[in-house]
Design a protein around this ligand. Structure first.
Ligand SMILES: NC(=O)c1ccc[n+]([C@@H]2O[C@H](COP(=O)([O-])OP(=O)(O)OC[C@H]3O[C@@H](n4cnc5c(N)ncnc54)[C@H](OP(=O)(O)O)[C@@H]3O)[C@@H](O)[C@H]2O)c1
Length: 223
């Protein structure tokens, strides 16, 4: 299983500028990353929202949210759009990037057919999301931490064993390591939970979801 990667990108693209996307952006900015962020609104309309919820983040159009990240050696982007909206998205938006799937299926949400089929088959949603965006390399992370916790629970100044644990699941060690490096830099204790197929435990009905856990608690739950 991979360990945290020492290098991490300077610019992260975040698609989705709602509660989750702006919370991720705040934590990234605090850790010294630059953030390009987009929603459905044009950048001009998004700027006012960002002044309040993610000051310092750069508002861009959705079709350019990965551009600056892609210019780096190890491009990293975050998907923070409701799953019910995934059909609306360009399936190539994150091509060439490691894409953090930070999304969740909520019971009331009407999911795209391809995603509902995966849920009905008992698969983790991340595997269907990964198949939907085949040009990106998907790592599940950040989805199990509530947006309101980001301001309180990120502590880069603390040693790892005193931080909140944050899971990462991915099929490629180097990609999962890149995401774990980002989680470390923003102030979590990154814990690998294995491959995407193992990411059910991070989902809303799983034992990692919305719980303030330490590394040993996560490892106990991953079996
Ligand atoms: N809320 C949390 O605590 C939390 C924590 C972790 C993970 N998550 C997950 O993150 C995802 C987003 O949740 P949220 O609470 O942030 O939702 P939200 O507050 O409703 O925000 C959704 C964002 O997605 C954007 N969006 C929708 N369709 C889009 C499209 N086709 N292209 C580009 N952007 C699009 C919206 O754009 P506009 O701004 O233009 O409307 C908005 O910025 C969900 O899957 C959720 O489960 C949420």
């Amino acid at each position: 299983m991979s360990e945290t990667s020492a290098d991490a990108p300077g610019v992260v693209g975040v698609l989705g500028a709602g509660r989750a996307g702006t919370a991720f952006a705040r934590a990234l900015l605090k850790a010294g990353f630059e953030v390009d962020i987009a929603g459905t609104r044009p950048p001009k309309a998004l700027r006012h929202h960002l002044k309040i919820y993610a000051p310092g983040a750069r508002a861009v159009d959705a079709d350019e949210v990965a551009d600056r990240a892609r210019g780096q050696e190890r491009p990293l982007v975050i998907l923070a759009v409701p799953q019910e909206d995934l059909d609306e998205m360009d399936t190539h938006w994150a091509d060439g990037c490691v894409m953090v799937d930070a999304t969740n299926a909520w019971h009331h949400e009407i999911l795209p057919t391809w995603l509902q089929q995966a849920v009905d088959a008992g698969a983790p949603t991340s595997t269907a999301v990964a198949a939907r965006f085949p040009g990106a390399r998907t790592v599940k992370a950040l989805n199990h931490i509530a947006h309101a916790d980001f301001d309180e629970d990120v502590h880069p100044e603390l040693p790892l064993d005193q931080r909140r644990a944050a899971g990462a699941a991915g099929d490629v060690d180097a990609d999962r390591g890149l995401v774990m490096g980002m989680l470390d830099r923003i102030g979590f204790d990154p814990v690998s939970v294995g491959a995407l197929a193992d990411s059910r435990i991070m989902e809303p009905d799983g034992p990692l979801f919305d719980r303030r856990l330490r590394r040993e608690d996560v490892l106990r739950r991953t079996g």
